[in-house]
Design a protein around this ligand. Structure first.
Ligand code: PLP
Length: 385
């Protein structure tokens, strides 16, 4: 905890930068600030740390270092993968994705539609799962890429990316997965998954904002989204964000080391919170299937109340949670994810996401369980409904 007054339950929005990560990156702001592309020693020294960091993040996903393209964020990674698939196959103008993707994918697909491409947004079942047969049947001869997220940021629900990759392989179509929510929570093995592209974002794994990666499988044709200098072996122009890349490398090491803790301790805390809410507050229910699901995420519907009101009163108690993805916070629109799962607008508007992380404690969970019943009762008492 950075502040004793903050109870942070919004780790799917962003995570606290780990102290070890801050330590690792500071020398690259203070002393080693040379340009890694320079030929003199002061620059090349920095380049060698870049190589080390690349090897570390590659190890996190079991990729080869050369398959890692550093980007500015998960959004850029998603946009770049889809852009590349279309640019390298100009005769293919169809993209297959789902109705529950993060806006980092969805808004780009909507832009493609306005540019004359065809996009299919596959619906999901009421429990949030995907019909694989429908997915397979929706692949067309002109499908350039299938892009399906691994873990949903709002509900934590996992899609079977390995099976989807196998379908795409059989059909000869490129496959991208947005795995932004998975590091430190799931084991990521791009070889085993057999994906062509995979996106990550460092600020979801205790590194700073503004750095992400796109895994591009060896021998998959790639056209850069950002052109400029020849950085990233010509796959992403722009002087490298060295300090953040080093931070990402250190965070990747920690994420691997923390994997078991996240799966056992954090899962236990999440279940304690979820069971406490569902068992202790009437008119509550979980959105989506209990499994397969990220071990840290719980999305709960509170009947008869608006999420905004809950979040305001939670905030007054020092508790940070969310009513959906960070990018839609502040807008009154019901979540597109919950709507796609068939939730009514009222249910979607009364739903809260709690997402835990390695810094949460049992005491913090109990604090939420102590505050929440009173908050809901107060809102229900004042609601005209
Ligand atoms: N994809 C998912 C599933 C996310 O949860 C997020 C961020 O919340 C993103 C993509 C976008 O990542 P970034 O904030 O690094 O652009």
């Amino acid at each position: 905890m950075s502040s004793p007054d903050i109870y942070y339950f919004d780790n799917n929005a962003t995570t606290r930068v780990a102290p070890e990560v801050v330590e690792a990156m500071l020398p690259f702001l203070r002393e080693y600030w040379g340009n890694p592309s320079s030929i003199y020693t002061f620059g090349r020294q920095v380049g060698s740390h870049l190589d080390e960091a690349r090897a570390r993040v590659a190890a996190l996903i079991n990729a080869e270092p050369r398959e890692v393209v550093f980007t500015s964020c998960g959004t850029e990674s998603n946009n770049s993968a889809i852009h590349s698939a279309l640019a390298t196959q100009p005769d293919k103008r169809h993209v297959l994705t789902t109705a529950v993707e993060h806006s980092a994918n969805m808004k780009f697909c909507e832009l493609l539609q306005r540019r004359g491409y065809t996009v299919t947004f596959l619906p999901v079942e009421p429990d949030g799962s995907l019909d694989l047969q429908r997915l397979e049947e929706s692949i067309r001869p002109d499908t350039a890429i299938v892009s399906v997220m691994w873990a949903n940021n709002e509900t934590g629900i996992l899609f079977p990316v390995r099976e989807i990759a196998a379908v795409c392989r059989r059909k000869g179509v490129l496959f991208h997965t947005d795995a932004v929510q998975t590091p430190g929570k799931l084991k990521i093995d791009v070889r085993e998954l057999d994906v062509d592209f995979l996106s990550l974002s460092a600020h979801k794994l205790h590194a700073p904002k503004g750095i992400g990666l796109l895994h591009v499988k060896r021998r998959v044709k790639y056209q850069p989204y950002l052109v400029g200098g020849g950085q990233e072996r010509g796959r992403r122009g722009g002087t490298e964000n060295v300090a953040n890349i080093v931070a990402f490398g250190r965070a990747a090491e920690l994420a691997m080391a923390n994997l078991d803790e996240e799966n056992i301790r954090v899962r236990g805390l999440r279940d304690r919170l979820e069971n406490g809410i569902l068992g202790g507050i009437p008119g509550t229910s979980r959105n989506g299937a209990p499994e397969p699901r990220l071990p840290n995420t719980s999305n709960i519907a509170f009947a008869g109340v608006e999420a905004e009101g809950i979040l305001m009163l939670l905030d007054q108690a020092g508790i940070c949670a969310s009513s959906g993805s960070a990018c839609t916070t502040g807008s009154l629109d019901p979540s597109h994810v919950l709507t796609a799962m068939g939730c009514s607008a009222a249910r979607a508007r009364g739903s809260i996401r709690f997402s835990l992380g390695i810094y949460n404690t049992e005491g913090e969970v109990d604090y939420v369980l102590e505050k929440l019943p009173g908050i809901i009762a107060r809102l229900r008492a004042s609601s005209p409904a």
